[in-house]
Design a protein around this ligand. Structure first.
Ligand code: AMP
Length: 269
């Protein structure tokens, strides 16, 4: 596996390049995207860059889990051909441009984490410009991020095919996340209540309950387990809250367990 630090090194032996952007601390969610990219495209490039511009001033940029050596080994085992791990200067030196997506980026994560999606859209646009992949792979775990990137790619006519893949979960249902490393002991089990609550709300809606009522019951369920619920809602693929199911609608949730903030989502139908 090639380890690349500079934009000038990003040359590929083929036009079909499957790209997986990441912030590292790899788990099976990341590795399954890499395996899929390799399998679909024949050549897989991953990036590892903890992007400072997508963290708010009081967020966990400084303590975000970092372990390059381990990540390089895991990426290689997943079939990655080249990993791009630039430093901040390589990506942001003399940078004067930010990409701002509105609409899909405004609510939910965008409302709670102001500026977050500007940072995400900017770094993904930069990485697309640097890596020039034919295909790019993202996890539906970060559903709103997928919608933001889809809008950006469409609106800026960026020549890349996007692939959004299902969330990889622990055996108890907890969505894998680099931030799960912050969960201590029993919190890891309790954190699975997020997923169980999504399934609970979905089951109630599928058996005929009004969306709004099912959502309220879901919030009460999570609160009862000790979560601080930031949002729980049914949304369409424009990230608008809906009261009746539509094709492609999803249930999205963000909740804090102690100081650990968790997000998850599932398809509604
Ligand atoms: P991150 O390193 O957290 O920025 O994530 C890099 C990519 O992996 C993003 O496209 C995420 O949506 C995706 N990802 C993170 N967790 C999971 C998961 N549990 N299942 C599938 N994809 C994931």
């Amino acid at each position: 596996m090639r380890i690349l630090r500079h934009v000038s090194e990003l040359t590929w032996p083929t036009d079909k390049v499957g790209f997986v952007p990441t912030m590292g601390a790899f788990h099976d969610g990341h590795l399954s995207l890499m395996r899929t990219a390799k399998n679909d495209c024949g050549y897989c490039v991953a990036s590892l860059f903890v992007n400072p511009t997508q963290f708010g001033p009081n967020e966990d940029f400084a303590k975000y889990p970092r372990n390059e050596e381990r990540d390089f080994e895991l990426a290689e085992s997943a079939g990655v051909d080249a990993i791009f791990a630039p430093d901040r200067e390589e990506v942001y030196r003399d940078s004067e441009t930010m990409v701002k997506v509105s609409g899909v980026a405004d609510g939910f994560e965008g409302a709670i984490r102001p500026g977050h999606f500007d940072g995400v859209a900017t770094v993904v646009a930069k990485l697309f410009g640097m890596v020039r992949p034919s295909d790019a792979y993202f996890g539906l775990k970060d559903y709103q991020q997928c919608r933001v990137i889809a809008s950006m790619v469409k609106d800026l006519f960026i020549p890349v095919s996007l692939h959004f893949r299902d969330t990889v979960r622990e055996s108890n249902g907890l969505a894998m996340s680099s931030r799960n490393a912050y969960l201590l002991g029993e919190e890891r089990d309790k954190a699975a209540e997020i997923y169980r609550t999504l399934v609970f709300v979905k089951d109630h809606i599928c058996s005929g309950k009004e969306i709004q009522q099912a959502v309220e019951e879901g919030k009460a369920r999570l609160t009862g387990f000790g979560f601080d619920v930031q949002y729980l809602a049914a949304v369409n693929n424009h990230m608008r809250a809906i009261e009746k199911s539509e094709p492609d609608s999803r249930l999205v949730v963000a909740a804090k367990l102690g100081s650990v903030r968790l997000i998850d989502n599932i398809a509604l139908l």
